[in-house]
Design a protein around this ligand. Structure first.
Ligand code: UDP
Length: 502
C-alpha cells in the first residue's frame, strides 16, 4: 500500500477564496503525509500568497507543488488584481468570477496532458463544476471537497426536499427543520436564497442547482469535519450521498508555529509580539473577534462592535480587515480615542491575523465569530466557546450548529441575513449592548458557562484524536487513497485485458 500510494498524484483545485484555498492547502499536507504527490492548481497571485506551503513541504520532505494557471479576470470585466473572492468588490460579481474560473478549463486540460506523473484524481471544491468534465475527459475520478458541515448539507437538503421556502412569505416567518434530533428553528430571512425574486438571486439559485447536479456525478465527497463531531448528521448524509469521507479538521495538520502563521496571507502583526501580549493575559480571559475574509461591515456596525468590546471590560483582540478600515473607521479608532481608551487591554490588528495561532493560545477565552465554517471548526478544535455573529451564506446554519447542537456558544442576536457585501447596504445588525451582553454571558463563571467551556474542551480533545494516526479522519484519508488506488488498478487490469484480446 505504502509503495503503491507513492505512485499516486492528486490534483487539488480550490475555488479562489480563502475559505477554499486554506483548507485545501491544509489537506494537501495531510494527504502528502501518506506518501502521495499533491499538486495544487491556482492562479498566479494566489500561488504567490500561498507559496509558504511549498517551503514547509520541502522542509518536511512532502511532495507538494503549486501550479499557477492564468485567471482570465479581465476577459470577463473584473479588475486585473482580482483573483480571489476577498478582492471582489461586491457579491453581485460572483457570476463573472465563476465564469472566469470556468474559462480555466482548457488551460487546465493542456496542463494535465503534459503533467508527470499523470494525475490519478481531481479533488475540487463544490463551485468548480467544470472540473467534473475535465475528470471525465481524462477518465480519472473527481471528489468534491465540501467547505461546509454535514449539518448544513443535510439541513439544506431537507429544506429543498420539503420545499419549505415555498411556504414562507415574510423574512420573519419561522419554521423547524423536520425529523432531526435537535430543535433547529430558522426564519426565512436566515436561510440561503431567502430572496428568490430578483434576477440576481435567481442567477444564484441556478448556480447552486448546477453545483448540486455536478456533485451527484462525482465519485465521492470529502467534508472538512470529523465523525465524532456530528455523528447523526454524517450518518444521514451518507444515506443520501455516495462515498462520504470526513477528513477534518484539516487546520490541525499545522503544528509548527510558522505553519500557523503563514496561513492564507502575510499576517499584519509580528507573531512574537502577539504571543507575548497573550502571555501577559490571564488564562481564558481574552475575546478574539474576527469576521473572516469576506464580510464587509458598515462603519456604524464597526462602532457598535467596538463599543460593545469596550464596555465588556474584558481584554480583546479585534481584527479589522483592510476593506473595513475606511478613513471614517480609522478616524474613530484614533482621533476619537477608541484605541487610547482600551490601551493595554485591547489589541487591534489591521489586516490579517494568525488566527489558528491565536485561537490555540491558553489566554483565549472566547471567539466572537461571523461563523464561517473554517472559523467555526478552528474555534471548536481549539476548545474555544463562541459568540455567534452570522451575516450571510451558510453562516446561520453554523450558528445553529454551535448554539443548538454542540452547545458551545451564545448568539449575539443577528436575525436576518444580509444580501450584499456592500457595507453601505448592510447597516447595523446588532448594537453595542447586544455585543456586551453576549460577552458577559459567555465569560461569566456560572454553571451554564462552565458547562459550555467543558464541552468545548472535550470537542477539542476529540478533534485532535480524529486527525492523529489511527484517528477517524486519518483512517478516512487512507480510505480515500485506497479508493483512488483501486480505481487505478481496475483501469490497468482493463487495459491489460484489452491488450490480451488484441
Ligand atoms: N483567517 C485568518 N486570519 C484572518 C481572517 C481569517 O487566518 O485575519 C482564516 C481563518 O483562520 C479561516 C479563513 O481565513 O481559515 C476564513 O474562512 P471562514 O470559512 O471562516 O470564513 P470566510 O472567510 O469564508 O467568510
Amino acid at each position: 500500500m505504502a509503495s503503491l500510494s507513492k505512485q499516486l498524484h492528486f490534483l487539488l483545485i480550490p475555488l479562489m477564496s480563502q475559505s477554499h484555498i486554506i483548507p485545501l492547502t491544509d489537506f494537501a499536507k495531510l494527504l502528502a503525509l501518506h506518501g502521495v504527490t499533491v499538486s495544487i492548481i491556482t492562479t498566479p497571485l494566489n500561488a504567490q500568497r500561498y507559496k509558504s506551503i511549498v517551503t514547509h513541504a520541502i522542509k518536511s520532505n512532502l511532495k507538494i507543488q503549486l501550479i499557477p494557471l492564468h485567471f482570465p479576470n479581465q476577459e470577463v470585466g473584473l479588475p486585473q488584481e482580482c483573483e480571489n473572492l476577498d478582492t471582489l468588490s461586491s457579491l453581485e460579481l460572483l457570476k463573472e468570477f465563476l465564469l472566469a474560473s470556468e474559462m480555466m478549463q482548457e488551460p487546465l486540460e493542456k496542463l494535465i496532458h503534459d503533467l508527470e506523473p499523470k494525475p490519478s484524481c481531481i479533488i475540487s471544491t463544490s463551485p468548480l463544476i467544470w472540473t467534473q468534465q475535465v475528470a471525465n475527459k481524462f477518465k480519472i475520478p473527481r471528489y468534491v471537497f465540501q467547505t461546509v458541515s454535514c449539518f448544513t448539507l443535510f439541513c439544506s437538503h431537507i429544506i429543498n426536499q420539503e420545499k419549505i421556502q415555498e411556504t414562507l412569505v415574510l423574512d420573519s416567518d419561522s419554521f423547524l427543520i423536520p425529523n432531526v434530533p435537535h430543535k433547529i428553528e430558522f426564519t426565512k430571512g436566515q436561510i440561503l436564497l431567502n430572496g428568490t425574486s430578483t434576477n440576481k438571486s435567481q442567477d444564484m439559485k441556478s448556480i447552486i442547482d448546477k453545483i448540486k447536479q455536478s456533485q451527484d456525478l462525482a465519485r465521492g465527497t470529502l467534508i472538512n469535519t470529523f465523525e465524532e463531531l456530528e455523528p447523526w448528521y454524517i450518518d444521514e448524509y451518507k444515506k443520501i450521498m455516495n462515498k462520504v469521507f470526513c477528513i477534518g479538521p484539516v487546520s490541525l495538520g499545522n503544528n509548527e508555529m510558522d505553519e500557523m502563521v503563514d496561513r492564507g496571507n502575510k499576517t499584519s502583526i509580528d507573531e512574537h509580539n502577539c504571543l507575548s501580549w497573550l502571555d501577559s493575559m490571564k488564562p481564558k480571559s481574552v475575546i478574539y473577534a474576527c469576521f473572516g475574509s469576506l464580510c464587509q461591515i458598515s462603519f456604524l456596525q464597526m462602532k457598535e462592535i467596538g463599543l460593545g468590546l469596550e464596555s465588556s471590560n474584558v481584554p480583546f483582540i479585534w481584527i479589522i480587515r483592510k476593506v473595513n478600515l475606511t478613513s471614517q473607521v480609522e478616524k474613530w479608532l484614533r482621533d476619537e480615542n477608541f484605541e487610547k481608551r482600551v490601551k493595554g487591554r485591547g489589541m487591534i490588528i489591521r489586516g490579517w491575523a494568525p488566527q489558528v495561532l491565536i485561537l490555540s493560545h491558553s489566554s483565549i477565552g472566547g471567539f466572537l465569530t461571523h461563523c464561517g465554517w473554517n472559523s467555526t471548526l478552528e474555534g471548536t478544535s481549539c476548545g474555544v466557546p463562541m459568540i455567534t455573529f452570522p451575516m450571510f451564506a451558510e453562516q446561520f446554519y453554523n450558528e445553529k450548529f454551535i448554539v443548538n447542537v454542540l452547545k458551545i456558544g451564545v448568539r449575539v442576536g443577528v436575525e436576518v441575513s444580509i444580501n450584499s457585501w456592500n457595507e453601505e447596504k448592510n447597516g447595523v445588525l446588532v448594537n453595542k449592548d447586544q455585543v456586551k451582553e453576549a460577552i458577559d454571558q459567555l465569560m461569566d463563571k456560572g454553571l451554564e458557562s462552565e458547562e459550555r467551556r467543558k464541552r468545548a474542551k472535550e470537542l477539542a480533545h476529540m478533534s485532535k484524536k480524529a486527525i492523529k494516526e489511527e484517528g477517524s479522519s486519518f483512517l478516512n484519508t487512507k480510505l480515500l487513497i485506497e479508493d483512488v488506488m483501486q480505481l487505478l488498478k481496475n483501469k490497468e487490469e482493463e487495459a491489460n485485458n484489452v491488450d490480451r484480446t488484441m
